[in-house]
Structures are given as C-alpha cells and as structure tokens.
Design a protein around this ligand. Structure first.
Ligand code: G16
Length: 548
C-alpha cells in the first residue's frame, strides 16, 4: 500500500471518528477501558492496528472485542485478539497506546511509522473479526472498529453480539480449522456437544442435582445460555435469571464481580436453600458459583475453587489413564486465597505458579505445563493442554487397556468442552457441572474440600493510580516510598494476615486485598491498608473508614 493511501486514515478520523478528548488512555489489563464516550477514536484506531497486526501475521485473522466486561454500563472498551485466540502480544500494547493517543493530525504519520517499525507488508490481505457485548454504546463502537479496518483495506467480519470467549474461539478456528468451526453455531456444536457426550457416559448419582440456577449479570452470557438451554434435554436444567429484561442493569448488583467482591447474593435471582447458582459477568468470560444455606448465609465457590475442582479431576483421569510424562500445574495470582494454595500444593500435590493479574499473564505461565490450569480468584480462567499431552491421551484412548481407554476418552471430551483460548464462563460452567456430576457432589460438599481464609477487597480512589508500583507478582509495593513498610506493620498483628495493593488496569482505582483468620480481622486489615493508601498515595474523595 503506497504511503499516499494512508490519507484515508486521516480522512476517516477527521470526518467520522475525531479525537475529542486529550485524556491519556493506556492499553491495560484487558485492552482500553473507560467511559464509552471517550472511546470512539480509540476503537477506530485499533481497527487500523488490527489490520497491521493481521498483515504482520501473514494475513491471519485478528479479533476485536468491544466490551468493558465486568464494568458498569457507562463504560466500554476494546481489546485485540491474536491469531491463536490469545490476548494481544504484550510488546504491541505500547504501540496500541501510542496510536490511541496521537492527535488526528499526527495519525497518518504515526500509522506509517508503526507500519515501518513492525515491518508490515501492506500488500497482503488482512482479516479482522469484530464482536461486541450488549452495551447500548457497543454498536457505534463496532462500526468505528469496522471503519478502521476498511481504512487500511482490510476485511472486517462482524459477529454482532457474542460473548468475549466466543470471539476468541472464532478467531482461533478461523486460523486453525482443526480447532472447530469459526461461528457461534460451531462453538455450540463443539463445547455443548462434548458436554452432552460426556454426560451420557456419566451416571447422575450421589448429591448431584441436575438443576442449576444462573445469574446472567444482565449481559450476553445469560442470553447465549438461553439458546443453549433448549438443546440440553434432561442433562442439565438451567433456570436463568438476570437476562437483561425487567429493567435489570448490566453488572449492577449482580454478576460474578459483584458476587465475588461484595460476597453478597445478586439481586434478581430467586434463591432456594443450598441450591447452587452460577454467576457470570457481563461479557461471559468469568464464572463463580455460590449457594445460600438455610439461614441465607452466603457460601462462595470462586475461581480458586473451580481451579482446584478441575485440576483434581484432570489429575484423577490422567492417573487412571496411566498416561506417563504429563506435567500438570496450576497458575494463580496474589488474589488466590492462601487456603487454596496450601490445598493445591499439600493435598493435590500440584505445582503452583503465581503471576500478575490479567489472564494474559496466567495464560502465558500455564503454557509451561503439559496441562496448565489457570484461574484468577475472580473466576476468570481455563485449562490449556499441550499438543504433546493431547497426543498421549489420544493414543491411550485408542490403544490402551479398557480402563485406561475409558479415562482417556473422558479426558478427550473434557478437552473438547474447554475453550482453551481464554477464560470462558459458559465452557467453565459445563466443565464444573461435569466434575460435580462425575463425583456426585452438591455445592455444599464441593465447599468442604478446604476452608477459605476470610478475605476482603476494597477500592481506593487516588489522584493518579499509576503512582502505585508493584513487584513480586504484585505482592509487594515499590512506590510510593514507605507504603510497603506501612502495610507490613499493619499486617503483622493479624493471625494469617496478608495484604497487598495494586493499581487496577480496568477501573480508575487502587485495589486493596486483605485476608486473616476471621472476617472481622480481614475487614479491619483491609480498611487499615486502604487508609494507608489514601494517605500515602494521594487519596481523593472520602477517606476510607474502619468497620464499626
Ligand atoms: C479483566 C481481566 C482480568 C482481571 C480483571 C480485573 O477482567 O481480563 O484478568 O482480573 O480485568 O483487572 P484489574 O484488577 O486490573 O482491574 P474482565 O472480566 O473485566 O475482562
């Protein structure tokens, strides 16, 4: 593409998607995320970048997802998906940030510089898949994304409203047709098909109940489960709540993030004692479970619980299949409950790696295992299987002794239920239901595996959250000076006390996490650390208060 054809990049920007804000925006934990009205030019420019990325990848398809996932309705966001369905390569995040922030006048020259820097062959074809969540601002942003793709003569394909993981899945399938068919229907066929397959091999027994209540967070995940529900027959009876009607607002007092952080049941769900409920987030990439007991006490089964459940079942199948030389490992973040890490290492005897927040970091670390189970405590995660592991399992499924074959075949179905590209609430839900069914477990019995340490998360608003720097997988704070020393002093008196702080990459806040031996202590420690952040990192608004 000759440089003169980059004029159209400027023309589209000036006429249709001008930069209207000077607020600096950064590619964060999961792409760009802010108030929707500040994003149109950013999304248009990411359309340009997706085309350049596709050409650098020899014309392989790149994904663009318009979503702000767990954030409330006024926010929106955009993230790029690499050809294997994984998050954008981290070295490109700085390029994305640069392109998003230049003035309209500098857009043409910056685009040319980036093309040169990454050595993109602009004569190649380029393909970009675009998906969006249910926010009312998403269609306009998806149109800006498509214009960005068109401006650099790429081919956009719009998927309309899909979950984030569906878009990741379709990108992967488009670039690797052995993985599946790159359509929403193809996704259902593979993932739901494998679930139905495995359920026919397992008898429903013990305390397992085929009824599952679901909190759809008033987002896209619940809507898609409503489609899937009809094809499930008697295998699983889904009772769906918070599907977006009746005035329910996206992620507001409902959904996985609300349930995990507030440790409260969502609004909009009819509860029955001990009935397990699956709670999704707004774009269907996170999942937590919970149940209320007969005194309405909340019992949370979060990402740590899902990880341990899946890892122990996979270990059981690998052992039963007598597969040799398959190394399984688990990846967590600093938010993982201390009790879960102890259970995984001491009881399951599975190695654990701790990395920074953000599925991109977890996914990367999980690749170092033959089977990598990665989950954030907030319910974002999946399982990835190396080609080597899949090959070994397939061979046993064909050639092993009857008992080995049976275990290996179950494992192959389990692999097919898994969306290996990224954390996926729908795929994870079917994985969890498979294990609960195979083991005859109720939610209450699932919870008995270990006792969580009580914990609390808080948010503190500061002038500039990037004044906080961290190291050691975000467990230690290196700036502002003195804050870590203060946190250490605050933690010291608490039995099983642990606390850390980090700037959020999706919201304009500093996150505070604390755990201790009692809920009262965890709440108090979190509040004390929040006060220290407020005082030492330039807090704004109301000073956090201690619990009374
Ligand atoms: C995104 C990321 C997650 C991360 C979460 C919160 O989730 O994909 O990996 O845990 O943001 O990140 P932070 O604490 O930096 O705000 P989602 O579901 O919002 O896309």
């Amino acid at each position: 593409m000759p440089p003169s054809s980059l004029r159209v990049v400027y023309a589209f920007a000036r006429e249709m998607h001008p930069k209207t804000s000077d607020v600096f925006i950064e590619y964060g934990t999961a792409g760009f995320r802010t108030k929707a009205n500040l994003l149109e030019h950013v999304v248009y420019r990411m359309g340009l970048l997706a085309v350049i990325r596709s050409r650098v990848k020899n014309g392989r398809t790149i994904g663009m997802m318009i979503t702000a996932s767990h954030n409330l309705e006024p926010d929106n966001g955009v993230k790029l998906v690499d050809p294997d369905g994984e998050m954008l390569e981290q070295s490109w995040e700085e390029i994305a940030t640069r392109l998003a922030n230049v003035s309209d006048n500098d857009l043409e020259s910056t685009t040319a510089e980036i093309i040169k820097q990454v050595n993109a062959d602009m004569s190649l074809k380029a393909s970009v898949f675009i998906g969006m969540d249910t926010r009312y601002t998403s269609p306009r942003l998806a149109a800006a994304a498509a214009n960005g793709v068109i401006a650099l003569k790429g081919t956009p394909k719009e998927f309309g409203i899909v979950t984030t993981p569906m878009l990741h899945y379709c990108v992967k399938c488009r670039n690797d047709n052995t993985y599946g068919t790159p359509t929403e229907e193809g996704y259902y066929e593979k993932i739901v098909g494998a679930f139905k397959n495995i359920r026919q091999k397992l008898s429903v027994w013990g305390d397992y109940d085929t009824t599952l209540y679901v909190d759809g967070a008033n987002g896209v995940g619940g809507k898609k489960l409503n489609i899937i529900k009809k094809s499930l027959g008697g295998e699983l009876d889904l009772k769906l709540y918070n599907l977006g009607g009746n005035g329910g607002k996206l992620n507001l007092n409902c959904g996985a993030d609300f349930v995990k952080v507030s440790q409260k049941a969502p609004v909009g769900v009819e509860h029955a004692p001990f009935q397990r409920v699956a709670s999704l987030d707004g774009d269907g990439d996170r999942l937590v479970y919970y149940y209320l007991n007969d005194t309405d006490k909340m019992n949370l089964l979060d990402g740590d619980r899902i990880a341990t459940l899946l890892a122990s079942y996979i270990t059981e199948l690998v052992t039963a299949s007598e597969a040799q030389d398959i190394r399984l490992g688990l990846v967590q973040t600093a938010y993982a409950n201390g009790a879960s890490t102890a259970y995984i290492t001491k009881h399951l005897k599975v190695p654990v790696t701790c990395v920074k927040t953000g599925v991109k970091h977890l996914h990367h670390a999980a690749l170092s295992y033959d089977i990598g189970v990665y989950f954030e405590a907030n319910g974002h995660g999946t399982v990835i299987y190396s080609d080597k592991a899949k090959k070994i399992i397939r061979k046993i499924a064909q050639e092993g002794e009857p008992e080995q074959r049976k275990a290996a075949q179950l494992l192959l179905d389990f692999v097919d239920i898994t969306n290996e590209t990224v954390g996926d609430a729908i795929s994870d839900l079917f994985l969890v239901e498979t294990v609960l069914c195979a083991r005859g477990l109720s939610a209450a019995r699932w919870l008995k595996a270990y006792d969580d340490l009580p914990c609390r998360q808080l948010k503190v608003t500061v002038k500039d959250r990037n004044a906080i720097s961290t190291t050691d997988a975000e467990r230690q704070c290196t700036a502002p000076e003195g804050l870590q020393t203060r946190i250490n002093e605050l933690v010291a008196p608490y039995k099983h006390g642990r606390s850390f702080v980090r700037p959020s990459g999706t919201e304009d806040v500093v996150r505070v996490y604390a755990e201790a031996d009692t809920q009262e202590s965890a709440d108090k420690l979190a509040a004390e650390v929040a006060q220290a952040v407020f005082d030492q990192a330039g807090g704004v608004g109301d000073r956090p208060t201690l619990p009374v």
